[in-house]
Design a protein around this ligand. Structure first.
Ligand SMILES: Cc1cc2nc3c(=O)[nH]c(=O)nc-3n(C[C@H](O)[C@H](O)[C@H](O)COP(=O)(O)O)c2cc1C
Length: 403
């Protein structure tokens, strides 16, 4: 049997194969943050397309960590449990498995969205993309955030999700504590590695206490950040050992980059036209501004994009596999069946996960299984990424043809 299609296990969760849909913000929730029928219909295509597990786009654990992207799913109130339960039941009725990713956006959002005067973060270091200067969280506020992660995980469990994933990657709140680039604290939440990890360790413990011993808990971590003082693979491997030592986590997903890292997270093309059409404030610019971006800024930015390379987080994943006994999920540039099959067969990762390719081909798992296809058609145009700022998620591949 092909390794990619062999059953896998994450804690108590049995998966029919090793292909996972990685968390991708959908923008399909209603105004209160409740999942909608449209969101279920969106996920249904992945289940029917053969994917082993869906990890939802990030769901907000509290209002001051709410995303500025279009219509974030929320899990910050018991009132939202019925809508989540309806969606999860629908997924289970078609034999699908689904885990909820939970997050606090920290400094990667806008105060106009959170409704508070300032954003909050590990330290008062602005993000170059969102630009607002966040304030440093106090001890009681950190405790409140940990409690809110635990409450959100308990709600996910009550709603019937097959697991919960803590988002500790991509520059969101938990990862700002891990990274020296954003964490300048001198108290017990900053400084050396153990201190920077403290909030993640305590959150994992609080979540485990809230959901009990057998409920699958995952974490998503960065293997790399662009900033000179950002996370490096060596540090990542040490963080994953600490995750393992908590005894409170069932799987680690490895990604890279943050919001201000340009496209380190995704790699591929610089989506100039997508930015001009969908990204605030560029979509509201006049013709002169757009002309300047199109002809002066974007050629330069296109040149400094990190080059796309298949499975760009796999080397770190292979190191993590040797360091911890937890299952490892690798995301980022997984495109060909042969590459994924070899990665699993050679023991570099236990699972592969994908975001962009499944928007164009939600049935990619089935296509790989039947031999209809051996390579994803996604060309990493990255328009899906920037467009979630103002519209629900979809593939925009055909939209800018000829440009
Ligand atoms: C439209 C879009 C939305 C995303 N939203 C999230 C998210 O909510 N949480 C998360 O952890 N990663 C998110 N990501 C990152 C992906 O999970 C993944 O790490 C990244 O796209 C690289 O994988 P890929 O090459 O398979 O696309 C998003 C990616 C895309 C394209």
């Amino acid at each position: 049997m092909e390794a990619l299609f062999s059953p896998g296990r994450i804690g108590s969760l049995e998966l029919k194969n090793r292909m996972i849909r990685s968390a991708s913000h959908e923008g399909l929730a209603d105004r209160s943050g409740a999942p909608t029928e449209r969101q279920f219909q969106f996920y249904k295509r992945f289940i029917e397309g053969g994917i082993g597990l869906i990890i939802t786009g990030y769901a907000g654990i509290m209002q001051n960590g709410k995303s500025a992207l279009y219509h974030m799913t929320m899990i910050d109130s018991d009132d939202l449990i019925p809508a989540h339960r309806t969606m999860v039941n629908n997924i289970h009725n078609i034999e699908g498995k689904i885990a909820l990713q939970i997050a606090h956006c920290g400094r990667q959002t806008l105060s106009s969205e959170t409704g508070e005067a300032t954003l909050v973060s590990s330290s008062s270091v602005p993000n170059r993309f969102y630009k607002e200067v966040p304030r440093e969280l106090s001890e009681p506020e950190i405790a409140e955030i940990i409690e809110n992660f635990a409450a959100a995980a308990r709600r996910a469990q009550t709603a019937g999700y097959d697991g919960v994933q803590l988002h500790a990657a991509h520059g969101y709140l938990l990862s700002t504590f891990l990274s020296r680039h954003s964490n300048k604290r001198t108290d017990r939440w900053g400084g050396h590695l153990e201190n920077r990890f403290r909030i993640v360790g305590e959150t994992l413990r609080a979540v485990r206490d809230a959901v009990g011993r057998d409920y699958p808990v995952f974490i998503k971590l960065n293997s790399f950040e662009r900033a000179r003082d950002g996370i490096r693979p060596d540090e990542c491997v040490r963080f994953t050992r600490m995750v393992g030592d908590t005894g409170c986590c069932d799987a680690i997903e490895l990604s890279a980059g943050s919001n201000e890292d340009s496209f380190y997270m995704a790699r591929g093309k610089f989506p100039a036209e997508g930015i001009l059409k969908y990204l605030r404030p560029y979509c509201k610019m006049g013709r002169v501004g757009k002309f300047f971006i199109r002809h002066a800024v974007s050629p330069v930015l296109s040149k400094i994009q990190p080059p796309f390379r298949e499975g760009y987080n796999l080397e770190t994943a292979a190191r993590v596999k040797k360091a911890v006994s937890l299952p490892v999920i690798t995301v980022g540039g997984m495109r060909s069946k042969a590459f994924m099959e070899a990665a699993i067969r050679e023991g570099k990762t236990d699972f592969v996960s994908m975001a962009r390719p499944l928007l164009l081909e939600p049935d990619l798992a089935n296509k790989f299984k039947t031999g209809e296809s051996s390579v994803a058609r996604c060309d990493n145009c990255n328009i899906c990424f920037v467009a979630t700022d103002t519209v629900p998620i979809r593939c925009h591949k055909d939209e800018f043809r000829g440009r």
